[in-house]
Design a protein around this ligand. Sequence first.
Ligand SMILES: C[S@@+](CC[C@H](N)C(=O)[O-])C[C@H]1O[C@@H](n2cnc3c(N)ncnc32)[C@H](O)[C@@H]1O
Length: 369
Amino acid sequence: MEVSVSHVLHMNGGTEDSSYAANSLLQRKVISMTRPIIEEAAVGLVSSSSFSGRHLAIADLGCASGPNTLFAMSELIKAVAKVSRELGHESPEFQVFLNDLPGNDFNSVFRSLHGFKEKMKRELRIESPMLFNGVPGSFYGKLFPSDSLHFIHSSYSLHWLSRVPPGLEEMNKGNISVGSSSPSSVLKAYYAQFQTDFSFFLSCRAQELVRGGRIVFTLLGRRSQSPSTMHYFYVHQLLSVVLNQMASEGLVDQGKLDSFNLPTYMPSPTEVESEVQKQGSFAIERLEVWESSWNPYDGEVNLPESRQDAGHNVARCIRAVMEPLLVRQFGPQRKLMDEIFMRYRVILSDWMAEEEANYVNVTVSLSKP
Ligand SMILES: C[S@@+](CC[C@H](N)C(=O)[O-])C[C@H]1O[C@@H](n2cnc3c(N)ncnc32)[C@H](O)[C@@H]1O
């Protein structure tokens, strides 16, 4: 039976050890790295004649919960406040929409808002209202009224598809995503799903954005045009190795593993560009491809002992993201999840000791002419 991703996907909520809030430094670093692109787009928007200057409606799509949720929005608000000052204008009223799927821990987000607003006002020395709204729902659908938003941001969310492509259960046994042994029909099915989803995403956003509006998003991608290079996405490959090993030992149900596939697709820059062009509503202001290390603590000194093991860091990061999907497929037993991620940590450590474990990001800045 096909299950829509919007009913099952969410990051680990709360603030405990295995929560997304406690294990999302990797994603935070990505937002930091893209700050200049966010700022550039904000400056472009605020200085354009289509912006009235009184009210700025901004949205973060796939905001999750934890310290990153308000981070991108705070960077954007800071950039707008700075340009407004430079142009001799008052800062606009900020209306901030935080979107994610209904299973997201919105309560944690809402609880942090008061402190966030106070901090922003102190830092920026502005009195402009900052009005927050939670928007539960899939960004593969309309979320906002037409012509109502000025700026849309999304980080690390758009490589999630709306569903596992149909037919994969039979085609992709032994793999949980595009694996080295996946037949070409699997690659085609994933790519077709990405095209449908991404194009629909762009159409919805085109309706919601005002003329002159901006979108900046970053997603996991790949450099090479050839889809078969997707199996170099080793973190999925290695999780697949662990699950297959556990199935052969009878610890994971083989039938459940055979039918498990991740609803993710890592596009090449050309694939992103071609969908934007086909959809036709946006101009590409920037499209950057860049790499970062899977270990967010790479290069840092004086780390606590637990953070010195790269495999441990990456396993925790992936657990915070994947655990709800794995629990749904294989059952909620804590011991089972601990065993999966203990083995995953070991195999990741071995890989990371051998190779420079980097992954590819695609960051895109669009404007609506
Ligand atoms: C890895 S988290 C990234 C969170 C945050 N933006 C960050 O950078 O830390 C991806 C988020 O995208 C959300 N997401 C995935 N598909 C979505 C969809 N169709 N609509 C809304 N949110 C979605 C997930 O629920 C998850 O919270």
